[in-house]
Design a protein. Structure first.
Length: 453
């Protein structure tokens, strides 16, 4: 374990969360984590584990003590026969994906970013897309974590099943995850088809498009009539030839420097954004390529932004999207980022956004440095009418009193939280807002704000 002087501030990837912890601890094992927690208990301090910083919400904002889990050198146990992979919770997904592929395995589903750590991705409910596919947390089979007492425990469906059920999407409220067992699949290839289609056609064929592809999503730029669709289909074996995705329409327009230039232009000339968006949408070219599953699922995000995302019942997506499109005319006149629509199958994880219902996700993005509050507030108002569940790692304003009615097992989760962390050592302001205070109370959270500028 290495103790480091506190940095000037900790800042997330999106640049919208920043704070100065009192102490930073670099740890490599559960014993290290337990020692940090025991020391924090003696000092009356709070602890927060931080991964790659890809959450836009303040869920990972540290207070007194920031823990960074180092995966370098930690053992990785992959069994190609059973498909089980026991990995350090601090392992980044991009490293995990390549280790699995070398062993002949793949994740069942992935999001479009692979910079997150395993712990961060499952704890916030990362979901990817696929009408018949569940999120990453549904692939978890066991978890090792350190509780608020400093005790190291392992949970699974057979061993402390209540803790296991809650900890799969635990928000960092139950303990510090140190090792995770994942159920993987034999390695597979994906064929991707990306093309622009009239938005009206996409909406009219939405069920067909979502149900006939293994993984389907689409993007819609405000002030346009075109949707950029992306369909990923599993292949029975290696493709005859792979094709570079460098010219893929979604990558070219959403991920790389071309879009960065348009975002900067839109920030300087907000009145020209509708024209810029229409130009981007008109110039989306079709692209087909194939490759290893993780290579097709994921992209490197070079253009930084702030994001909100909600899960709603799948059957409500058409109506909800129509309402969101109308509000963009007022609240997103200068927004150069598209709405993103994805799908996920129901699961049984208490705080998963897909708990108990097949879900559609609508995400709204705003370029870094631009105002987003009014847009996101109006967007949230629409999502509220459909019992929308906000992505835990993205921006929203909901509180425990409003979230309780949207999660049937909300109080059961709180009971596990109060048992795992009765003194609230893992609390921060975000968790206090979305979960409420622990039954045992405890002193208020008190992170130090980052210095001005």
């Amino acid at each position: 374990m290495t103790r480091r002087p506190a940095p000037t501030s900790w800042t997330n990837w999106g640049g919208n969360q920043s704070v100065s912890p009192r102490r930073v601890e670099k740890v490599t094992s559960a014993r290290d984590v337990a020692a940090v927690i025991s020391d924090a208990i003696r000092r009356g301090q709070r602890v927060k584990a931080v991964g790659a910083g890809h959450s836009f919400s303040p869920i990972a904002v540290p207070g007194d003590v920031q823990i960074t889990l180092e995966a370098s050198g930690a053992p990785v146990d992959i069994d190609a026969g059973t498909g089980l992979a026991v990995v350090p919770a601090g392992l980044e997904l991009h490293r995990l994906n390549r280790l699995l592929w070398q062993s002949g395995l793949s994740m069942q589903n992935l999001g479009d970013i692979e910079a997150q750590t395993v712990a961060g991705a499952i704890s916030t409910g990362t979901h990817g897309t696929g009408a018949r596919k569940q999120g990453l947390a549904a692939q978890v089979r066991a978890i090792e974590l350190v509780l608020g007492s400093g005790e190291i425990v392992t949970c699974s469906p057979e061993q402390d099943p209540d803790l296991f059920s809650a900890a799969r999407v635990g928000l960092g409220a139950l303990g510090v995850l140190t090792r995770v067992t994942l159920q993987c699949e034999p390695a597979y290839y994906l064929e991707a088809a990306e093309e622009g289609m009239p938005l009206a056609e996409v909406l009219g064929r939405l069920d067909e498009l979502a149900d006939t592809a293994d993984h389907f999503e689409f993007f819609w730029f405000p002030h346009t009539s075109v949707a950029l669709t992306k369909r990923n289909t599993r292949l029975p074996g290696p493709p005859a030839a792979t094709r570079s995705r460098r010219r893929a329409s979604v990558d070219a327009l959403v991920v790389n420097g071309v879009h960065e230039l348009f975002c900067r232009a839109g920030r300087r000339l907000p009145g020209q954004v509708p024209k810029l968006n229409r130009f981007l949408a008109r110039n989306a070219w079709p692209s087909h390529y194939a490759g290893a599953s993780y290579e097709v699922f994921t992209s490197t995000r070079r253009v930084r932004f702030v994001e909100t995302e909600y899960a709603i019942p799948r059957e409500a997506i058409g109506e909800a999207l129509a309402r969101v499109r109308r509000l963009t005319e007022t609240y997103a006149r200068a927004v150069t980022f598209p709405l993103e629509v994805r799908f996920a199958a129901a699961d049984d994880i208490p705080l998963s956004t897909a708990f108990g219902r097949d879900s559609a996700y609508i995400a709204a993005h705003v370029y870094r440095g631009q105002p987003y509050q009014a847009y996101f507030e109006a967007f949230e108002g629409v999502m509220d009418d459909y019992g929308g569940r906000p992505h835990w790692g993205k921006m929203h304003s909901l509180t425990a009193s409003r979230l309780r009615s949207r999660y049937p097992l909300f109080d059961e989760f709180l009971a596990v939280r109060d048992r795992a962390d009765p003194a609230g050592i893992f609390r921060n302001h975000y968790l206090d807002r979305v979960l409420g205070l622990p039954a045992a109370g405890g002193r208020p959270t008190s992170p130090r704000p980052a210095p001005p500028g």
